[in-house]
Design a protein around this ligand. Structure first.
Ligand code: NAP
Ligand code: ZN
Length: 345
């Protein structure tokens, strides 16, 4: 067993604090990773504060992990010491499950989240706000060498969460895509959708980030607090992806879809939404959801980002700034992902 250092939440109402814990002895199929950087995802905040229920404490959050391999088990074939690697939102899934063959393991009940979950023997999993992690080879991703590790870390959740629905709903040339919310997920959606060739519109609460949105690849940028936006953009989009983390009126957005258009929710607000059937029925529109992506699709996304030189816009913080960063995320004061430098632990 190795002792790891990290930051943990001890209950839903307290700030995170320094924490020491044991990582398992590596098995033959394990990769040992020296964590260099970890992104702060809004899901970390939802879970630390138990907004989705069932949180396990103490909790070391973090599922946007980027680091360097320091050791490999005897059966590991894909990685060697020194490789740049990432770990995303899960570290195990049902063995031999058909969904894994279909590359849909993220939707299976046997999924083991990187933190706030339990391994097969019941041990709580601990995430990436820490200096090292031991992960089965099959759940470790290769980070392209041309991407800096700090800015690549957020691809492991924010990147794949947008790549997967953009690909599934066929964003590309000739398609009009709207991204709702220009935060950690949203800004990755803008970059990836633009690289796929779609015409991208950002729907943000205000125009304060307009210049950035256009630089990142959007062609249009509108404020949702302006009622005119919903008139101007009526029936315009093939695809709308909502990354919004708080309650919002989905009905207003459904009116922006073309006939057969789809609105996909990736943001996970605490409270349920209410939908008027008319918004879907008139226009044969659909409302759907999407969760991260499979390991295979995550590797495909990382390779795509490597080819297109896409990484996240980040603000590096020290480990002792995590609590302050959470407050800033909650105020939408993030440009566009906080990434913790583990050398500061
Ligand atoms: P984030 O950086 O805080 O971005 C969320 C954005 O939503 C904000 O930047 C803001 O954009 C907008 N927003 C916030 N409050 C709002 C409000 N009251 N009304 C309207 N818009 C509001 O968070 P994130 O890390 O991107 O995560 C976003 C959500 O996705 C979270 O709920 C997270 O748990 C979830 N998530 C889901 C998956 C999945 O697999 N489905 C994966 C990761 C995260 P503007 O300032 O531009 O308005
Ligand atoms: Zn996440």
């Amino acid at each position: 067993m190795a002792m790891a250092r990290g930051y943990a939440a001890t209950d839903a109402s307290k700030p995170l604090e320094p924490f020491t814990f044991e990582r398992r002895e590596p098995h033959a199929d394990d990769v040992v990773i020296d964590i260099k950087y970890c992104g702060i995802c809004h899901s970390d905040i939802h879970q630390v504060r138990d907004e989705w229920g069932g949180s396990i404490y103490p909790m070391v959050p973090g599922h946007e992990i980027a680091g360097v391999v320091t050791a490999v088990g005897s059966a590991v074939t894909k990685f060697k010491v020194g490789d740049h690697v990432g770990v995303g939102c899960f570290v195990d899934s049902c063995v031999g499950c058909a969904a894994r063959d279909l590359d849909l393991e993220q939707y299976m009940p046997g999924l083991v989240p990187t933190y706030n979950g339990r391994e097969a023997d019941g041990t709580p999993t601990m995430g990436g706000y820490s200096d090292q992690i031991v992960v089965k080879e099959g759940y470790v991703l290769s980070i392209p060498e041309n991407l800096p590790l700090d800015a690549a870390a957020p691809l492991l959740c924010a990147g794949i969460t947008l790549y997967s629905p953009l690909k599934h709903w066929k964003a590309g040339p000739g398609k009009k895509v709207a991204i709702v919310g220009m935060g950690g997920l949203g800004h990755m959606g803008v970059k990836i959708a633009a690289a796929m060739g779609a015409e991208v519109t950002v729907l943000s609460q205000s125009l304060s980030k307009k210049e950035d949105g256009l630089k990142l690849g959007a062609t249009h940028y509108y404020a949702t607090k302006d009622a005119e936006t919903f008139k101007t953009l009526a029936a315009q989009f093939d695809l709308i992806i909502s990354t919004v983390s708080a309650d919002m009126d989905l009905n207003a957005f459904l009116g922006l879809l073309k006939v057969d258009g789809a609105m996909v929710l990736v943001g996970l607000p605490e409270k349920p939404a209410s939908i008027h059937a008319f918004g879907l029925v008139g226009g044969r529109r659909s409302l759907s959801g999407s969760m991260i992506g499979s390991i295979k699709e995550t590797q495909e996304m990382l390779d795509f980002c490597g080819e297109h030189n896409i990484a996240s816009e980040i603000e590096i913080i020290r480990a002792d700034q995590i609590n302050e960063a959470y407050e800033r995320v909650l105020k939408s004061d993030v440009r566009y992902r906080f990434v913790i430098d583990m050398a500061t632990l």
